[in-house]
Write a protein that binds this ligand. Structure first.
Ligand SMILES: O=C(COP(=O)(O)O)[C@H](O)[C@H](O)COP(=O)(O)O
Length: 318
C-alpha cells in the first residue's frame, strides 16, 4: 500500500518528536497547519479516501508526543471541520477550519495574557520553569500595561528550555536572573509569583507540565509564594472527565547523559520523564482566556466546553 501521508505531515511529526517544534500551543498550531497541507495537497479522488488520508495524517501527528493534550484537541477540532459531499468541499472546509483554529489559538493566548497580567503588580518578580508561550503572554501584557516585572528563570534541565524563556523575556525588556534548577528554593523568598504553563489540565485541577513543576509548586507553597498556571482552554484534557489519566512521556537517556559518560558510571539505569503532575492543592489559579479559575472549579469550564463526551475522529469508525 502506498504511503498517503503527505511528506510535510511526516516532517512536522518528526520535528515534534525531536522537539524542533515544542511547547503545547506551538505543537497544536503546527499540527493544524499540517492537516491543512494534507487536505490541500491531496490527490484523493473521492471524499472517503480524503477523509481516510486526513485520519492517517492525524494519527501520525498524534503519535509523536503523548502528554500535551493540545495536540489531540487541535486535530479533533480540524477533523470535525472535514465536512462536505465532494473532495473540493472538504478541501475548502479543512482549510477554513485550520485557519480558524490557528487564529483562535492566537486570540486565546492574547486574551489569556490580559487576564494573567491583572495578577501581576508593578515591581513584581516572577519565577519561571521551562518555556511557555501562555505564561510569557501574561508577562508581555503586564509589560505593555507599563508594569516593571523582573524574572528568575530556572534553566530547566535536561533540555534547558529556560534559555528560550530568558531570551524572550530579555527581548521584552524584563531583567532576568538565570538559576540552576536546584537553586529554586533558595530564591523563592525573593519571588512574588511562580508562573508556569501547562501541557494538560485534568478535570480535578491537576496540572501536567514540565518535569520539576510539582517540586517547585510544593516549595512555593511552603514559602507562601502563589503559583499561577497560564493555560488556554486548549490545554484542558477532556478525557480526564471520564477518568482517563494523562500519559507522562519518557524521553531518551541521551538527553540526560552521553553514552561514554554513562559507561564510565557503570551504566546505571537512567529515567527521563518529560512531565509531572502538580496536584490542585498547590495551584492558586489557572489563568485561561475565559478568566481565571481556582483549580478545583476547572471541571465546570470543561463541562461547558466539551460536554460529557469526546470522540477521537482519527480512529476509523467501526
Ligand atoms: O512544559 C512545557 C513544554 O515542554 P516541552 O519543551 O517538552 O515541549 C510548557 O510549559 C507547556 O508545553 C506549555 O507551553 P505553551 O504555553 O507554549 O503551550
Amino acid at each position: 500500500m502506498t504511503d498517503r501521508v503527505n511528506p510535510e505531515v511526516r516532517r512536522v511529526a518528526d520535528d515534534i518528536d525531536t522537539m524542533e517544534i515544542r511547547g503545547a500551543a506551538t505543537i497544536a498550531d503546527a499540527a493544524a497547519r499540517a492537516l491543512r497541507v494534507q487536505a490541500l495537497e491531496s490527490d484523493a479522488s473521492d471524499p472517503a479516501t480524503l477523509r481516510a488520508d486526513l485520519r492517517a495524517a492525524a494519527r501520525t501527528l498524534v503519535e509523536t508526543r503523548p502528554t500535551a493534550v493540545s495536540l489531540p484537541n487541535a486535530l479533533r477540532y480540524v477533523l470535525r471541520g472535514a465536512t462536505g459531499q465532494t473532495v473540493e468541499e472538504i478541501h475548502e472546509n479543512v482549510e477554513a477550519t485550520a485557519t480558524e483554529f490557528c487564529a483562535r489559538l492566537d486570540r486565546a493566548q492574547s486574551d489569556l495574557g490580559q487576564v494573567g497580567a491583572n495578577r501581576l503588580r508593578d515591581g513584581d518578580i516572577i519565577m519561571t520553569h521551562c518555556h511557555s508561550t501562555d505564561a510569557l503572554a501574561c508577562v508581555e501584557a503586564a509589560v505593555e500595561q507599563g508594569k516593571h516585572i523582573e524574572a528568575i528563570v530556572k534553566e530547566t534541565r535536561p533540555r534547558n528550555q529556560g534559555h528560550i524563556t530568558a531570551r524572550e523575556l530579555h527581548e521584552m525588556g524584563v531583567p532576568v536572573t538565570l538559576i540552576v534548577d536546584s537553586a529554586a528554593r533558595r530564591y523563592l523568598n525573593d519571588v512574588d509569583h511562580v508562573l508556569v504553563g501547562a501541557d494538560a489540565v485534568a478535570a480535578d485541577g491537576s496540572v501536567i507540565n514540565k518535569i520539576g513543576t510539582s517540586g517547585l509548586a510544593v516549595n512555593a507553597r511552603d514559602r507562601g509564594t502563589p503559583i499561577m498556571v497560564a493555560a488556554q482552554t486548549l490545554k484542558l484534557h477532556p478525557g480526564t472527565m471520564t477518568g482517563h489519566t494523562v500519559d507522562i512521556e519518557m524521553r531518551d537517556t541521551d538527553e540526560v547523559i552521553d553514552e561514554e559518560t554513562l559507561a564510565e558510571l557503570g551504566s546505571p539505569t537512567v529515567r527521563n520523564p518529560a512531565f509531572d503532575v502538580t496536584p490542585p492543592r498547590y495551584v492558586d489559579a489557572i489563568v485561561t482566556e475565559r478568566g481565571q479559575f481556582p483549580p478545583e472549579s476547572i471541571v465546570m469550564l470543561m463541562r461547558e466546553l466539551f460536554g460529557e463526551h469526546t470522540t477521537e475522529p482519527w480512529v476509523e469508525p467501526a
